[in-house]
Structure formats: C-alpha cells, structure tokens
Design a protein around this ligand. Sequence first.
Ligand SMILES: [Zn+2]
Length: 204
Amino acid sequence: MLLTDQIMVMLATQVAIVIYGLENPEDDLSLDWIRNWQQIIIYPAPFQNGRENLLNYDGVSVSWKGFESGETSYQGEIIIDWQDDQPHALHRNASQVLMHELAHKLDMLDGNINGHPPLHANMNETDWFEAFETAYEDLTRAARHGKETAINPYATTSPAEFFAVMTEYFFESPQTLEKSYPKVYQQLVAFYRQNPLKQETRRA
Ligand SMILES: [Zn+2]
C-alpha cells in the first residue's frame, strides 16, 4: 500500500478537525491534550490484534483475539486500517476510524479508558454523566431488543466505545447524533469546543 499525499492530507485533516477547539493557548496551556499522540500507522486492511481471549474472575471478557480496524494505547501508536477508504463492515470509513481512535486517546488522558475524558473547567461532571449514561442505557436497551438504531450498536460494547462512537457521529453525522441524543451532542459541543451543525467555530 502506498501512503499517497491524498491519504496523508485526509488523515491530517481529520486530526486537525478533532483538536481544532482543544488546542487553544487562550483556553489552556495547549499541546497538553495531544501529549500522548505520537504516531499513526496505516494498514491496508483489518489486522489481527495479537491478543488472546481472556475472561476476568467474573467471567467478563477483558481481552479478545480477532481482527480490528483500529487500535490505540496510552503511549503507543494509533493503528487504523485504510481499506481504500471504503466503508467497513460496521458502516464506518477510514476517517471515522481515525476519529474514533483519537477519541480513545483523549479518554485515556486521565488514566482510565471509561468514556470520560478530562473535562474543561466550564463543564459540569454531573451533566456529562447524566447525558452519557442515559444515552448508553437507551441504546443498549434498543440493541438488546433487536431494534434498528440510528447509532451504530457497536457503541454499546462499553462506555469507552460509546464515547468514541459518539465522537465519530459528532464530526461525521452531527444531525444523526443531535436527533438521537441531543444532550450528548451538547456535551460534545462543550468538550470539542465546536458545533459542527452550526459551523459556528472559532476563527483566528
Ligand atoms: Zn474503540
């Protein structure tokens, strides 16, 4: 696979969109938000994750072996598969996969990958949890009953996956998210400091 200029520009654009409102020296000390972003590795197709299937003492799966379209760890690189930018089996495209993994990176900044990144000083923890927990439970219930949902049910895998998938929708399909979970949408407006629906973003 050849890493063309077009691919590099597309990836750089996705990264710039995600950090556009976060990295602002007027709002905080800047560059802190991306302190654990070092490298992006692009694979041409879904890749074997190299892990084993493991259950914890309660029988809950904590690690699974299989193919992934994206992976990240706190200090490690971000890996995504490109697949020529064709939609994946989960109805995602490569740019969504990258934004998804970047959301995991942000989530990890406070030491836990739990769907809760460090919030800005002007945000309210209770509002965040209320919006996300309600939406997570709603989607989980709908998915469990086999209902067709506007949001990809992969989000119900865990609160961490939920935050990453909500980030995909926030940037790639904001109407869908705003319609399904307006409170989550509003929390993400506050977190990413931009409003994709209104294109009411800060201009230098
Ligand atoms: Zn994920």
